[in-house]
Design a binder for this molecule. Structure first.
Ligand SMILES: C[S@@+](CC[C@H](N)C(=O)[O-])C[C@H]1O[C@@H](n2cnc3c(N)ncnc32)[C@H](O)[C@@H]1O
Ligand SMILES: [Zn+2]
Length: 522
């Protein structure tokens, strides 16, 4: 199987670039051949001495090595299936990693590429920052070039972000941010707008919420629909600043039936208000891109008022509202900072076009890069494609069930029932959404270890679900008494780990830490 190759295009020997490429393949061949040359892998039979390699040999070898890699992967998978034994898989993976570690003579690869990148780094960072960066680069540990480049890129991205913050929003509240952005689960009490203003720019990787209903008696402070929408606009603008670039905000809202209070305040002024439509406008004005609108089919709803006055005649017919929107908005701020090639780590990259509005794409111009296309183009990438690809690992894999559930843009699952069998409202005056919504936000729009914020937390469903799935879960909630429903929600959602309660008392920041959920409310 390994000796059969597809026909390859004839390559002219005098092509300078291909000669370089051939030299590289020879080098690469030495590394890679040793990597795969373990007793578990059939060694190549038709390997020629290195000095007799032609260009086409180079390409053949590359193909062959790729096939070999697949073979290794398949082999370990098969073994795992037969034995069902995880230990064996781990050991095998480890031995492959170790072999790679020993064969890559690359301890100084990252230092070298960083040296070459100094020309660009000097243009981006001031002297002190660059010194710190170079110092941190020396500490990067890696056992193959790919991991090295990934770690180098992550470090660089962190510095670029800090730089961007300094230039655009330097005066965030460091004390608050350190407490609110770290840990597992943070229940933060206060006004969302004020709290958001304390956070550094682009410090949250995913947001999900359902806003307060403008007419909700318990906490309404708006005289009419316009005041409400203006207030929401201020908050959503601040969310845009705080959300990380190229990341998503999932927004659950229903089109309500009420009086907008613009003309009259009587109950006769009730009408259908397409809140969803207004919110799309607000999000777009704040800079977000509208991406999707899931219709959440709530089935038969709890308060199903009949809308036809029991008259089966024309002009009496109105449907019972049984859906809500779950909008997906994305932030795409055009970021012209240079990012390192994900293959070789070089900053010698040229700005390509935007791969979509607001997403800058780059092409690697380092001719020593390990990857060039057949037509001699360098690796093309963007910041977001790098982040996506680098995180495709087991812990971030989305389960098939969830993918199936959200495959269509109409999804059906029941709302949270607040009234228990004794007719008692068990969850206070919040209108919690089912965990299905934040579960999707968390798993489909963030990676393990990242940070989720719900700016209108209510009973903190989103933050709890985020913490359950290995993210940092943060919620902002106006009403401190919601701590009681938050604890109930932790119990319902089987969250038993640590959390912090954060609030201000006479302008003094108070942080209470709990090792686990307290069971004192039951
Ligand atoms: C629809 S509820 C959210 C319910 C939540 N999804 C849950 O699962 O429990 C909206 C919440 O926003 C809170 N709220 C309203 N205005 C706020 C503000 N300015 N800052 C923070 N929270 C606010 C309300 O107290 C209410 O609990
Ligand atoms: Zn490159």
């Amino acid at each position: 199987m390994m000796n059969e190759f597809q026909p390859i295009t004839r390559i002219e020997e005098n092509d300078v670039f291909l000669k370089k490429k051939r030299a590289k393949l020879q080098k690469w061949y030495v590394n890679e051949y040793m990597t795969v040359n373990s007793d578990k892998v059939i060694p190549h039979k038709n390997i020629k001495p290195l000095n007799s390699l032609s260009n086409s040999d180079g390409i053949k070898i590359k193909r062959m090595l790729m096939q070999d890699k697949k073979l290794i992967q398949n082999e370990s998978k098969n073994r795992l299936n037969i034995n069902g034994n995880k230990k064996i898989e781990n050991q095998e993976q480890k031995s492959v990693r170790e072999t790679q570690g020993n064969t890559f003579k690359s301890e100084d690869y990252i230092l070298n590429i960083n040296q070459k990148n100094q020309f660009y780094l000097k243009k981006i960072f001031d002297e002190e920052t660059l010194m710190n960066f170079n110092h941190d680069v020396k500490k990067i540990q890696y056992d193959n070039i790919k991991t090295g480049v990934d770690k180098y890129s992550i470090l660089y991205e962190r510095y670029v972000k800090e730089n961007y913050r300094k230039q655009t929003y330097p005066n965030y509240d460091k004390q608050f941010s350190e407490n609110a952005l770290n840990g597992k689960l943070n229940l933060v009490f206060g006004d969302s707008l004020e709290l958001l203003k304390k956070l550094p720019s682009e410090s949250i990787q995913v947001m999900v919420t359902s806003p307060p209903y403008y007419n909700a008696r318990e906490y309404s402070k708006w005289n009419n629909l316009d005041e409400y929408l203006d207030n929401m606009k201020e908050i959503i603008k601040e969310c845009y600043r705080v959300l990380d670039n190229h990341r998503a905000f999932l927004f659950n809202v229903g089109d309500i039936f009420d009086n907008p209070n613009r003309l009259t305040r009587s109950t006769w002024g009730k009408e259908r208000i397409p809140l969803g439509m207004y919110f799309i406008n607000i999000f777009e004005e704040a800079g977000f891109k509208f991406v999707d609108d899931f219709i959440w089919d709530k089935g038969e709803v709890q308060s199903a008022r009949h809308k036809n006055s029991f008259r089966p005649y024309p002009l009496y017919q109105y449907p019972i509202n049984s859906y809500e929107h779950i909008f997906v908005f994305m932030k795409h701020r055009l970021d012209k900072y240079r990012y390192p090639c994900p293959i070789c780590g070089s900053l010698k990259v040229n700005g390509n076009t935007q791969s979509e509005p607001g997403v800058q794409s780059w092409e690697c111009k380092n001719y020593d890069c390990f990857e060039r296309s057949k037509s001699n183009r360098g690796k093309r990438f963007s910041l977001i494609s790098n982040i996506k690809q680098r995180n495709q690992n087991e812990e971030n894999k989305i389960d098939e069930g969830l993918i199936q559930k959200w495959r269509r843009d109409i999804v059906k699952f029941p709302p949270v029932i607040k009234i228990n069998s004794h007719g008692k409202n068990t969850l206070g005056h919040t209108a919690p959404f089912p965990e299905d919504i934040p579960e999707y936000a968390v798993k489909a729009f963030s990676f393990v270890g990242e940070t989720l914020l719900d700016p209108f937390a209510g009973s903190f469903t989103s933050a709890i679900v985020a913490a359950k799935y290995g993210r940092i879960g943060i919620g902002f909630e106006l009403h401190k008494e919601n701590i009681i429903v938050a604890k109930k929600r932790m119990a319902q959602l089987n969250y038993n780990s640590g959390y912090k309660v954060i609030y201000y008392d006479n302008n003094e920041l108070v942080v209470n830490k709990y090792k686990r959920r307290l069971l004192d409310f039951e």
